[in-house]
Design a protein around this ligand. Structure first.
Ligand code: MSP
Length: 514
């Protein structure tokens, strides 16, 4: 079976990660874990983009070589953050690794041999922040980059060019035949308009500095950092080195990208693959921007917030949950402490955390911690769980609608709360008759079994919390490890057996410190 292959952008190592980078990576991780729980073979790749002028200049400014700078940032900032956020990537590629640089040279040489590359000269604006050749028409007043709001530089260089302009018609045909290739729809429309307006050939080398992969046939040039970077998706899975792995994993099912780098992934990248005759990716999904004060959050405008500032306060799982729940994937969204705190308290601590601890406490108190068998069916809850599973699976697993999927899961959690407040088990517990005990058993079994389903559904999003719940329900002993639970079975009612040992574990979402 072909692997389900998910990628994040590879991040520039000029600076430490902020919330915006972590946003894309967490989304990729949740998608990955979801598909793993569908029982699929998933390959999740992330990494770092280490060449180019931006990194060279940062290293210069810090008095070290670009390689030393990259090594330091990867070791001290990027890898530790992904570990901290429980990112379950299968590989981490760095573009300075030989497994990458050698294959990139081969790829570019192949295109050159095929006549896809010619020598020319480039005159025009370039934004080092974006590492992008800009067209004069898109600049803001004063020749500012529309993204970085800083002056572009004017280049006049001999460069090698890729015949991108010839690929317009084939790209448009591909978009037409694959309507979900670019998502969301707004992103697709933008790209289609852009390609229809006519493509220019792309400069794929630079000759005024040397921090990059040399052009194999002309050592005075280094390969343009974006051509180098895009190829990570191929070199990391064995392109040109491990054919068996490449056949198993390639092409990517989902490239997650920020909308700022959509054109590279939806125009240049497929054209490069077409030129080489390689299969094209399934989907490029552009997430929106996390904004601060109406601007894209970034280190360069000093609005970059470190994820650790938030995880220290809210915990890692709440962090993983919050952005995906609060912002419809594909749209821009703002971060605010107030909104995060409000959702933490109402959704995570009250609706979900309290439910889990109340149920465990009542099974402890009324049944000595042994899950009783239900005496009757409770179709209003078992049916709602099955529906939540179907809806969440479609939303998260198929549509990358994380906010919608989480809403389905939390609607179900609220339904279980409502069920308990209607059934009032604490009053039923006062009735010692066999009927009273049977009723109480049904209520508590229903609530615990509902939580079993919730633990499975929330595991991709909040793995540590879901695990605590799984343990507290006594599920591991009877059903096995949580990570091996299938999404499809999450909604199969009655999997928790009578007699499971339910314990009141730690509080899932402690009260926030003010
Ligand atoms: N190195 C390139 C990508 C090469 S991929 C072959 C690059 N790196 S980056 O570090 O500048 O940013 C990468 C990604 O980080 C963005 O595309 C986006 O996914 C994420 N984000 C960075 N800032 C962001 C926000 N403020 N909001 C949301 N995501 C943002 O571009």
């Amino acid at each position: 079976m072909a692997a389900y292959y998910v990628t994040t952008p590879i991040y520039y190592v000029n600076d430490a990660p902020h919330l915006g980078h972590a946003y894309t990576t967490v989304a990729g991780d949740v998608l990955t874990r979801w598909h793993r729980q569908r029982g699929e073979d998933v390959w999740f790749l992330t990494g770092t983009d280490e060449h180019g002028q931006k990194i060279m200049r940062t290293a210069d400014a810090n008095g070290v070589t670009p390689q030393e700078w990259a090594d330091k940032l990867v070791a001290e900032a990027w890898r530790p953050l992904w570990e901290h956020l429980e990112i379950a990537n299968d590989d981490f590629i760095r573009t300075t690794e030989p497994r990458h640089t050698q294959r990139v040279q081969e790829f570019v040489q192949d295109l050159y041999d095929k006549g896809e590359i010619y020598k020319g000269s480039y005159t025009g604006p370039y934004c080092v922040g974006c590492e992008e050749f800009k067209s004069p028409g898109e600049l803001l007043e004063g020749d500012l980059c529309p993204i970085h709001k800083r002056p572009v530089e004017w280049l006049e260089e001999d460069n090698y060019f890729f015949k991108l302009s010839e690929y317009g018609p084939r790209l448009l045909e591909f978009y037409e035949n694959n309507p979900t290739f670019i998502q969301p729809a707004s992103a697709r429309n933008e790209v289609v308009q852009f390609v229809k307006s006519g493509l220019q050939d792309l400069s794929i080398s630079r000759s005024s500095f040397d921090w990059g992969i040399p052009i194999p046939w002309d050592g005075k040039h280094v390969i343009y950092v974006w051509v180098d970077a895009l190829l990570n998706y191929a070199t990391a899975v064995g392109y040109g080195s491990d054919q068996e792995k490449f056949d198993r994993v390639w092409p990517a099912d989902v490239h997650l990208v920020g909308k700022d780098i959509l054109r590279f992934h939806a125009v240049i990248w497929p054209a490069m693959l077409m030129a080489q005759g390689l299969p094209l990716p399934g989907r490029v999904f552009a997430n929106g921007w996390l904004m601060v004060g109406g601007e894209k959050m970034s280190k360069s405008n000093l609005t970059g917030i470190s994820p650790r500032q938030l995880t220290e306060h809210f915990g890692v799982d709440a962090y993983r949950y919050y952005f995906l729940r609060a912002i419809p994937f594909g749209q821009d969204g703002s971060f605010s402490w107030e909104d995060f705190s409000a959702r933490y308290t109402s959704e995570l601590a009250n609706d979900f955390g309290n439910l889990a601890s109340r149920v465990a406490a009542m099974v402890g108190k009324y049944f000595d911690g042994k899950l009783p068998a239900p005496a009757a069916e409770t179709p209003e809850i078992s049916g709602a769980l099955a529906t939540a599973v179907t809806n969440a699976d479609r939303a998260i697993g198929d549509d990358l609608d994380f906010a919608g999927g989480l809403a389905h899961i939390f609607d179900f959690v609220r339904k279980v709360n409502l069920y308990l407040s209607e059934q009032e088990p604490w009053k039923v517990a006062k009735d010692d008759s066999p009927e009273g005990r049977a009723k109480l058993a049904t209520i508590l079994y229903t609530a615990a079994e509902a939580l079993r389903g919730v633990a499975v559904l929330l595991n991709p999003v909040m793995p540590a919390t879901a695990e605590k719940l799984w343990v507290s329900l006594g599920a591991e002993e009877h059903l096995g490890p949580l990570a091996e639970q299938r999404i499809a079975e999450a909604g199969t009612w009655g999997r928790l057996p009578e007699g499971a040992t339910v314990t009141k574990g730690e509080i899932l979402f402690p009260r926030l410190e003010s």
